[in-house]
Design a protein. Structure first.
Ligand code: 4NP
Length: 166
């Protein structure tokens, strides 16, 4: 953690559906809590098909219905440098997590894991909605909202511990 700041990277495959949803939901909650100076957020994909693109229109629409604006986000691919820049690298599913583990440098001492378990529901993975119908995008949003609250509780405790220790 760089001097009282925690950096969080959400990762999916294309960086146009699941991870931008997590990015936008988390960004809004962090702003509501006034934690923008303490928590830095980004998202990326393990794949490179959609570099520079806005989130999928179905992702933008589902998020908009929930009160989140994702239109400023642009897709990018994860790089090895991300392991130096982020404390938490959170994957949307096990396949992306496996790809990230294969890239992980030895010196990385942050947290690399799945995002959804922070929501403490019964599922571990956010399903890929890309090839399915609109309801899948709504489902992604709801799963992400639940996990965001859990992750924020976890990170706020970490920030308090770090402040107490310094
Ligand atoms: P995401 O969804 O990983 O949640 O952004 C996908 C987007 C695009 C593709 C696959 C999944 N694709 O194959 O292009």
């Amino acid at each position: 953690m760089a001097s009282g700041e925690i950096a969080v990277l959400f990762v999916c495959l294309g960086n146009i559906c699941r991870s931008p949803t997590a990015h936008g939901v988390f960004e809004k909650r962090v702003a509501e809590l006034g934690l923008e100076q303490q928590i830095r957020i980004d998202s990326a994909g393990t794949g490179d098909w959609h570099l520079g693109k806005q989130p999928d229109p179905r992702t933008i629409l589902a998020a908009q219905r929930g009160g989140y604006d994702l239109r400023h986000l642009r897709a990018r691919q994860v790089t090895a440098l991300d392991f130096d820049l982020f404390d938490y690298i959170l994957a949307m599913d096990g396949k992306n997590l496996a790809n990230l583990r294969a890239m992980q440098p030895r010196h990385f001492d942050g947290t690399l894991g799945l995002f959804l378990p922070f929501g403490q529901g019964s599922l571990d993975e956010v399903p890929d909605p890309y090839a399915g119908g609109e309801e899948g995008f709504q489902q992604v949003l709801e799963m992400v909202e639940r996990a965001t609250d859990g992750l924020l509780t976890h990170l706020r405790a970490e920030l308090l511990n770090a402040a107490g220790a310094s």
